[in-house]
Design a protein around this ligand. Structure first.
Ligand code: NAP
Ligand code: ZN
Length: 350
């Protein structure tokens, strides 16, 4: 076991501050990783601030992890010291339920072990995430990172990338489809890039008119301001697919109106009650609403390889860990372009 530096919140109202945590000795199955970069997901904030009423403290968030292998157990010999690797939202799962057998560990019927805030089977207590110097992870949950990409900008692919890639694939988004991405933040900007690379005609649907130029640079063919009812009316019944990344409960009825007959809106953002949905909006044209949670490990590797081939990374703003609390406030105000990534070297100065 080793003591490592980390940043933790001690309660839902406390700032994140330096805090030492324990990492286990590697087992034969494990890989020990020195963390270089960690992305800042809105889920980190929801957890630290206990928005989902399930937070455990001390809370060390972080599930967009890029690092280098320090050592690997006997059965993890595919990883060598110095290899560049990634860890996303999960660090374990039961491996024998139907979902795990299908490579859908995120839907593990016995409960996947998340990178933070899950019961820690090895050390007791709960798991601690990537706002730390090191992490020890079962080899099956360690991803290989394409060497051609800018690694600090790869970190957000581990959550924002896979969470948008998986529904785009599951709902078979293809060349020429009209795809709307709702909310231009960490997930949304990856949604634009990935749907664009799949050949879709991407429309950014945003509450922030000042993000229009950026949306186009990121690959959106059109920008639709969701507060502009006239513009929204023009796009009624026209979308093949909508990816909704809005991080809070909201009125989804205006978005349902945008879908074509038989088309689906997938929710990935609001893990909380939505405003009431008018059944008529769904019934009249056999429209659908669905949800989607990150992606399985095999699919996450597929997404990383896809990004390697298409040269896709996140647009990042680098921060030192000492500025994490300010960064959280900016994310909550939708003021991030478009993902904060922590340079973990800065932790050494804490
Ligand atoms: P983010 O960077 O804060 O982006 C969310 C964007 O949604 C904002 O930039 C803003 O874009 C828009 N928005 C914010 N409040 C809104 C409101 N009240 N009404 C309409 N639009 C609003 O967050 P993120 O990191 O992309 O995460 C988005 C959500 O997905 C979070 O709730 C996170 O916990 C969740 N998440 C889910 C999964 C999953 O597996 N399903 C994985 C990761 C994260 P505009 O300025 O363009 O309107
Ligand atoms: Zn996340």
């Amino acid at each position: 076991m080793s003591e490592v530096k980390a940043y933790a919140a001690q309660s839902s109202t406390a700032d994140l501050k330096p805090f030492d945590i324990t990492r286990r000795e590697i087992t034969e199955e494990d890989v020990e990783i020195d963390i270089l970069y960690c992305g800042v997901c809105h889920s980190d904030i929801h957890t630290v601030r206990n928005d989902w009423k399930n937070a455990k403290y001390p809370s060390v968030p972080g599930h967009e992890i890029i690092g280098r292998v320090v050592k690997a157990g006997k059965n993890a010999s595919k990883f060598k010291e110095g290899d560049l690797v990634g860890v996303g939202c999960m660090v374990d799962s039961c491996q024998h339920c139907d979902s795990c057998k299908e490579g859908l560990e995120q839907y593990c019927e016995n409960g996947a072990t998340y990178t933070y805030n899950s019961p820690d089977e090895h050390l007791g207590g709960h798991t601690f995430g990537g706002y730390s110097e090191k992490i020890v992870v079962d080899r099956k949950f360690v991803l290989q990172v394409p060497e051609n990409l800018d690694i600090k900008a790869v970190a957000p692919l581990l959550c924002a990338g896979i969470t948008t890639y998986s529904p785009l694939r599951q709902w078979n988004v293809k060349k020429g489809d009209k795809v709307g991405v709702i909310g231009l933040g960490g997930l949304g900007h990856m949604g634009i890039k990935l749907a664009n690379a799949m050949g879709a005609h991407v429309v950014m649907i945003t509450t922030s008119p000042d993000k229009s130029q950026d949306a186009k640079k990121l690959g959106a063919a059109e920008v639709l301001i969701s507060k502009d009812e006239k513009e929204m009316d023009k796009h009624k019944n026209s979308f093949d697919f909508l990816l909704n990344t809005v991080p809070v409960g909201h009125d989804v009825n205006p978005y349902i109106a945008l879908l074509k007959r038989d088309a689906t809106m997938v929710l990935v953002g609001a893990i909380e009650p939505l405003d009431p949905i008018h059944g008529g909006g769904l019934i009249a044209s056999r429209k659908r609403i669905a949800g989607s949670l990150i992606g399985g490990i095999e699919e996450t590797q597929e997404m990383l390889d896809f990004c390697g081939e298409h040269n896709i990374v996140s647009d990042v703003e680098m921060i030192d860990i000492q500025n994490i609390n300010k960064a959280y406030d900016r994310v909550v105000k939708s003021d991030v372009k478009y993902r904060f990534v922590i340079d973990m070297k800065s932790l050494k100065n804490s």
